[in-house]
Design a protein around this ligand. Structure first.
Ligand code: 13P
Ligand code: SF4
Length: 303
């Protein structure tokens, strides 16, 4: 099927089935073009929590679609590519987290939304990259077990010296690959450019940046800034919106390795078949969902 037939088919099925297509900022350009909503993890969670559509086609990775299902259990949530996962979300499991709780009694658990429903269910509250500092500072406990991203944990610890952050050992292989030398090289090549990075980058990379934030915060920062050149330290999918919204500005990817293969799995064809065959449905065990919901809802209520 050619591209225009796929787009036509998607648009017809969307109307017929009362479906909403949401996409993360890292999705391929064609998916961002046809999506009803494009955003970061927080914006998409918020949207899915309140939408009236009966079907949500989630173009992203598994934990994102699962979070939508946790927040909207009566809806059908579809992930177009069954094996689009986030390797970092697999770096912590519920058993390991229970063990950490035993090791640090009295500590609260803040869990990055990049985690499974079972891990969310064992946590006191969730956070995303855009609200991690605010969420953590809202906790009355001084000791905070922060899972699973060590780099986001370090970023939060720097902003909140009054807290004792106990970082998990997870990381995002896409962002963790970026090194200090990449920033130095990029700055040398484009000395006037501002460096904008995601907090999943290593602390020494964050240290050298002009701004650190979620995908949406990076996009917003570049749009509002009077500067004309930006070095982008997050997954290359954000370049679509950055270039589209700011034709007078220049964007350079901090490292050519900033590609998340899982985010790139979803294609127009997979969205078409997802709607046609109602695949792949996300299901969450009700006992786990109920507890995971509390952690997500607590986050949404404070940020
Ligand atoms: P954002 O919430 O910033 O969009 O990030 C999600 C993610 O997976 C980053 O790698
Ligand atoms: Fe997971 Fe990293 Fe991909 Fe984000 S970029 S979905 S953290 S693997």
């Amino acid at each position: 099927m050619d591209l225009s037939a796929l787009k036509r088919g998607i648009s017809e099925m969307k109307k017929e089935k009362n479906a909403l297509i949401v996409a993360h900022n890292y999705q391929i350009d064609e998916i961002q073009e046809i999506a009803d909503i494009v955003g970061d993890s927080l914006a998409l969670s918020r949207y899915c929590a309140k939408t009236d559509f009966e079907i949500i086609v989630f173009c992203g990775v598994h934990f994102m679609a699962e979070s939508a299902k946790i927040l909207s259990p009566a809806k059908t949530v579809l992930l177009p590519e069954a094996d689009a996962g986030c390797p970092m979300a697999e770096m912590v499991d519920a058993g390991g987290l229970r063990e950490a709780r035993r090791k640090y009694p009295g500590a609260a658990v803040v869990c990055y939304i990049n985690s499974s429903a079972a891990v969310k269910a064992e946590s006191d509250i969730c956070c995303t990259s855009s609200n991690a500092v605010k969420v953590t500072s809202s906790m009355k406990e001084k000791d905070i077990i922060f899972v699973p991203d060590q780099n986001l944990a370090n970023y939060v610890a720097k902003q909140l010296p009054e807290k004792n952050i106990i970082p998990w050992h997870g990381f995002c292989s896409t962002h963790h690959k970026v090194r200090k030398t990449d920033v130095e090289k990029a700055r040398k090549a484009q000395p006037e450019a501002k460096v904008l990075v995601h907090p999943e980058c290593r602390p020494e990379v964050v240290e050298l940046a002009d701004f650190t934030g979620s995908t949406k915060q990076i996009i917003d920062y570049a749009a509002k800034s009077k500067e004309k050149k930006f070095i982008i330290g997050t997954e290359m999918g954000v370049l679509y919106k950055l270039k589209k919204d700011n034709p007078d500005k220049q964007f350079y990817l901090l490292s050519q390795g900033l590609v998340c293969v899982n985010m790139k799995k979803t294609t127009l064809e997979s969205v078409y078949y997802s709607l046609k065959e109602m695949r792949y449905k996300i299901e969450v065990d009700e006992a786990i969902r109920d507890k995971a919901y509390k952690a997500l809802d607590r986050m949404l209520s404070i940020s």
